[in-house]
Design a protein around this ligand. Structure first.
Ligand code: ADP
Length: 421
């Protein structure tokens, strides 16, 4: 099973070659989190990447469930594992790759690209993973203790399964590397900045996709001042000037900024001190409270899922939704000075792409910027949801982080292959 699990696993790293020379290939994108693994498979032919299938394994550690869809969004696999609570990420990755090998048929996996949450101050671009890089990424675990270990565990598990298969790290922080220095500073004693206690920003792969997609569909707007709102379970916003990040709501960690499904977002740091010194909570308990028990879940006491809250009549659910909107408006407004105005607002991710009520409520809070929504376009999730006379163009752009990872992966193995010749 091991050898069969990853098609083409035996090719040495240094032999990774452009597709035109190497025949039919495939690229895999992976986003391994604490309780889920998202993946996408792409066919690589003639230098072109075509989506083949993708999906996720959710519920890792409790009751894992795999769902995969093909390019036509048809479900092609649904699987649960009896006694699945005992299965590790490694076990599930092995099963996932056995399935992927079947799905890909004769196509050989040329490389795997990973979403790696933290690239620190050093990594501004994707990297081929080797021992030295893994050590450097291990050293960043204290900066992202809840995400980075899972990202790296997947890399290591695949190295065991397929030792010679090139693996590429694509960093969620990289897109924000060029932020103006002030946007990276925290107002605490400056020595900490040098120790890495600074603002990094996250969701960078999503924002990179949005910036690239905007250049294709609306080049004039792409060249202007845009706030991209990634509203999913995790949520953030990015101020982009001519497609480059100039400020963002997440900072040192992915806890800052907007209220999220289960994360608090920005709160008075005095609350953390109070919980520890007055309430007597241990640091670990505060961490769990802020990452897993707060946000929509904490305020509603019902769920961290926006759809569930919309379906509830409970006043607490309504209050949680209202607070989400209020916080989103506040955070968006706080980004505008970095842009010196606003030409466009782009909604993406689960809530941003699908939830017309939340979009309308956020836009209402930003009406003073010149946003006028076309209510029908908004209700139907149209690509442009602002009215013709709106000073700010409002768009929905479905994000595709896996695609960005796959694109980077191909580019890097091609460059690497050329460099080796
Ligand atoms: P993740 O950050 O895990 O990738 P998603 O981008 O899938 O999350 O977003 C999940 C959120 O999007 C949930 O709150 C969910 O309720 C919401 N969502 C997804 N689809 C819809 C929809 N059709 N209508 C409203 N909300 C949706």
């Amino acid at each position: 099973m091991r050898n069969r699990a990853v098609a083409g696993a035996g090719r040495p790293q240094s032999h990774a070659r452009p597709d035109s020379e190497a025949g039919m290939k495939a690229i895999v994108s992976l986003n391994a989190g604490s309780s889920s693994i998202k993946f996408a498979l792409y066919r690589l032919s003639g230098g072109q990447l075509d989506f083949d299938a993708g999906g996720k394994i959710e519920g890792i550690g409790t009751s894992p469930r795999l769902v995969a869809r093909d390019a036509g969004s048809e479900t092609i696999v649904e699987k649960t594992w009896p006694g699945g609570d005992a299965l590790s990420h490694e076990n599930l990755l092995e099963d996932l790759f056995a399935w992927a090998a079947t799905q890909l048929g004769d196509r050989k996996v040329a490389a795997i690209g990973h979403r790696i949450v933290h690239g620190g101050v050093r990594f501004a671009a994707p990297q081929i993973i080797d021992d030295t890089l893994l050590d450097a990424l291990d050293a960043l675990i204290p900066l992202a203790p809840l995400h980075q270990p899972h990202n790296l565990a997947a890399v290591r598990a695949l190295r065991l399964l397929a030792p010679l298969l090139p693996q590429i790290a694509c960093f969620d922080t990289a897109f924000h590397h060029g932020m103006p220095p002030l946007a990276t500073r925290l107002p605490i004693p400056r020595a900490f900045h040098g120790q890495g206690v600074r603002r990094y920003g996250f969701h960078g792969l999503s924002y990179e996709y949005i910036a690239g997609r905007l250049r294709e569909i609306d080049p004039a707007l792409a060249a202007g001042r845009v706030i991209a709102a990634h509203l999913g379970n995790g949520a953030s916003m990015c101020a982009m000037r001519a497609g480059a990040s100039v400020d963002t709501t997440m900072g040192f960690t992915a806890l800052d900024g907007l209220m999220m499904g289960t994360r608090s977002g920005a709160i008075d740091p005095g609350v953390v001190l109070h919980l520890q010194t007055q309430v007597g909570m241990a640091a670990q308990a505060v961490e769990t409270l802020l990452y897993e028990q707060s946000g929509l879940l904490g305020v509603s006491g019902i769920s961290g899922d926006m759809r569930t809250l919309h379906a509830s009549d409970a006043p607490e659910a309504k209050e949680a939704v209202a607070l989400f909107v209020q916080q989103a408006g506040r955070q968006a407004a706080a980004l505008i000075p970095a842009l010196g105005g606003l030409d466009g607002l782009v909604f993406t991710a689960g809530i941003g792409e699908n939830d017309s009520e939340i979009r309308a409520a956020i836009c209402e809070r930003l009406a003073w910027t010149g946003v006028i929504l076309d209510l029908d376009a908004n209700a139907s999730n149209a690509p442009v949801i602002s009215a013709p006379d709106s000073r700010v163009i409002v768009r929905i752009v479905p994000t595709d982080e896996e695609r960005v990872i796959a694109d980077h992966t191909v580019a890097l193995i091609n460059r690497h292959g050329r460099g080796r010749r």
